[in-house]
Design a protein around this ligand. Structure first.
Ligand code: ATP
Ligand code: MG
Length: 504
């Protein structure tokens, strides 16, 4: 059993140009506990943890390890104290063209290689396998990381942290890309680390039921300040949301009554080239929100991508207003009125190095073009400002680079830009991933407005309450095909789970 440790951050403040991300924040975590860090998008959670991980040197305030003042200004300083942070941006933290074993052993190698010039590959894979066994991942250590799912990448990152001596492990929204089963696996691992290895864990998540399931203690941030620091059992979910948002909030689904029209979109016996979509038929009516649900890995994303022309169609028919479409590429799909808000925002959804307004108006740039190629940037910025208000995107201005926004605010940009395009069919793939409860509400409202304008909406999500809350009709997917259709009024969570799990 390792000795008990205590980590304290006191009076932490940090600024970025135009943004005071944290003011006088206090935070403490001990070995053997799972401590929740909660707050709305942009509240400062990731920033506080980045400071702890040594990613920022320019903060004010003090950090104590077992009562001793320590100076954490670089990642090595944190590492030396056994503090490991698994950042929100999983993809950028791994090296895609290296193997699982190499990625896991990256920090160990960096420590041990100093002055040496050769690597014992056999030993490297064996040690990586040992760590993986401890974490409970079953993966071939020679697989390239680029071929892993997000869930697997997450586990590789945790394994990498545990490959070196770890006292504190910070997990920044680890469950956002995970299925329910994967989440349960992760929770089992977290409980094990806390109980048997006396590690202290900081857990960040926007899924509040998870917080109540796995954490004992909690710190709530609002606008860069700590508004509560307490034990979970003193809080209800309602109270937590109030503290987080600073006002009362009713966590219901804003489903507007929208008249549903004729069928406008028809998919018949659709097959994707490699069988990633198998024999899918579906319809969408004007003003209708059609939910597509199923477990992570059931083929929802694949279906969305195929309908959008990002995966090749082997056979089948797609019609809009009765007219057959030729969906040969995303460009062709957009030109024919079909648009997709993709799941992996960093890779596909946004240009991180461009300002917010450019990102928000990019897909509808033609509406801002006067004459042949003169873009009316004034109108462009005005529209962007309006979207920023409607979606509550937290940014100093429309000119901020998207890279500087918090994870959830990037997601709002990725979703927001499609809301002003003039498509007929909008496909949303998990649009609320990593988005706080207040912002979710705003996104649902905007989707409702699209429906009101007579658009057809396909809403793919594995969050069943969400699907039940906003859709009119539901398709359940299993093993790359649709296995069940419900009118939402007739569906229950149990029914959907039954078919999602392959029930017949
Ligand atoms: N490098 C940076 N440059 C400029 N602004 C930044 C930078 N990093 C963070 N910010 C700003 O600081 C604030 C806090 O961001 P942070 O990423 O900590 O939020 P968060 O609580 O993790 O939100 P989310 O739930 O969306 O991930 C945000 O307004 C963000 O835009
Ligand atoms: Mg964050």
């Amino acid at each position: 059993m390792q000795p008990k440790h205590k980590l304290e951050m006191k009076g932490i403040s940090i600024e970025f140009p135009g943004v005071k991300a944290l003011s006088q924040a206090d935070f403490a975590v001990e070995s053997g506990e799972i401590h929740a860090l909660v707050g709305a998008n942009g509240a400062g959670k990731s920033t506080l943890m980045k400071i702890l991980g040594g990613a920022y040197g320019h903060y004010q305030g003090e950090i104590y390890f077992d009562g001793q003042k320590v100076d954490i200004r670089h990642p090595q300083d944190a590492k030396r104290l056994g503090i490991d942070v698994v950042y929100q941006e999983v993809d950028t933290a791994l090296i895609p063209y290296l193997t699982v074993a190499e990625n896991i052993m990256l920090d160990v190698m960096a420590n041990e290689m100093q002055g040496k010039h050769f690597i014992r590959w056999g030993q490297l894979h064996r040690r990586a396998r040992e760590v993986m066994k401890q974490v409970g991942i079953q993966l071939d250590t020679s697989t390239l990381v680029e071929n892993l799912t997000l869930a697997q990448k997450q586990l590789v990152l945790i394994a990498r942290a545990l490959a070196t001596n770890t006292n504190f492990l910070v997990l920044d929204e680890p469950t956002a890309p995970l299925s329910q089963t994967e989440t349960e696996e992760l929770f089992r691992l977290m409980r094990d680390l806390v109980a048997n290895q006396n590690i202290g864990i900081v857990f960040i998540s926007h899924r509040l039921p998870e917080i109540f399931e796995i954490c004992e203690t909690i710190t709530i941030l609002r606008d860069g300040r700590v508004v509560a620091d307490t034990t979970i059992e003193t809080l209800t979910q309602q109270r937590l949301i109030e503290l987080m948002l600073g006002h009362r909030f009713d966590e219901t689904y804003p489903k507007m009554p929208v008249p549903i029209g004729e069928t406008i979109f028809q998919v018949e016996e659709l097959w994707e080239e490699q069988g990633r979509v198998r024999d899918v038929s579906l319809t969408v009516r004007a003003g209708e929100i059609v939910g597509v649900t199923g477990l992570v890995g059931a083929g929802k994303t694949e279906l969305c991508k195929t309908l959008f022309g990002a995966y090749p169609i082997r056979s089948g028919q797609v019609r809009l207003h009765g007219k057959p479409l030729k969906i040969t590429s995303p460009h062709a799909a957009v030109n024919q009125g079909v648009t997709l808000v993709p799941e992996e925002r960093r890779k596909e959804g946004i240009l991180v190095d461009e300002p917010v307004y450019v990102n928000l108006t990019l897909p509808s740039l033609d509406t801002f073009t006067r004459g042949v190629d003169f873009v009316d940037t004034r109108a462009e910025r005005e529209t962007a400002r309006q979207l920023i208000r409607e979606l509550g995107i937290r940014t100093p201005s429309e000119n901020q680079k998207v890279a500087f926004l918090s994870g959830g605010n990037q997601q709002k940009v990725a979703v927001g830009k499609w809301l002003i395009t003039d498509a007929e069919i909008y496909i949303f793939d998990e649009p609320t991933k990593g988005v706080d409860v207040g912002a979710k509400h705003d996104i649902f409202e905007l989707i409702g407005q699209l429906a009101k304008r007579g658009k057809g909406i396909i809403y793919a999500s594995s969050e069943i309450p969400e699907i039940l809350g906003i859709s009119d009709r539901i398709y359940v997917m299993y093993d790359y095909t649709i296995v069940k259709e419900f009118d939402t009024a007739d569906a229950t969570e149990e029914d959907i789970l039954f078919y999602s799990a392959g029930g017949k």
